[in-house]
Design a protein around this ligand. Structure first.
Ligand code: ADP
Ligand code: MG
Length: 112
């Protein structure tokens, strides 16, 4: 299993969640975050002038996926979250050691 931390524009969240659901992943954790990438939060232009805001709001979506789905999910998320402009976000990928469903004691993929 892998954990994907998907950081995207707020307006892309619904589409990303739809992608995950279509792959059979209903269980997700998400929260609002503030961050910056290479442009250090720089907002390009607004009414002819440049504004610099240190951290920009995004949404982080966390989801655990099976090994065999990982690449396909990432590809599809990239397709829907991409606007081809700076600030489209990132996906961080982590190997997961285990998961347990507290109610039943199920472990591993059965607990996803
Ligand atoms: N190296 C990093 N470590 C942790 N979080 C990051 C990193 N780079 C980007 N982020 C997170 O991803 C969000 C989107 O980054 P983005 O501007 O698309 O990246 P980049 O400018 O590097 O292409 C940031 O607001 C921040 O929350
Ligand atoms: Mg950036």
């Amino acid at each position: 299993m892998y954990k994907l931390e998907i950081i995207v524009r707020d307006e892309k969240v619904t589409e990303v969640i739809d992608v995950l659901e279509r792959f059979g992943y209903a269980g997700v954790t998400m929260y609002p975050v503030e961050g910056r990438g290479r442009q250090k939060g720089l907002v390009e232009q607004f009414r002819g002038r440049k504004y610099e805001i240190p951290f920009l709001p995004k949404t982080k979506i966390e989801v655990l996926v099976r090994n065999e789905d990982c690449e396909k999910v990432m590809d599809r998320v990239m397709e829907v979250a991409r606007t081809d402009t700076v600030g489209d976000g990132k996906i961080f990928v982590y190997p997961v050691i285990d998961v347990v469903r507290i109610r039943t004691g199920e472990k591993g993929e059965c607990a996803l």
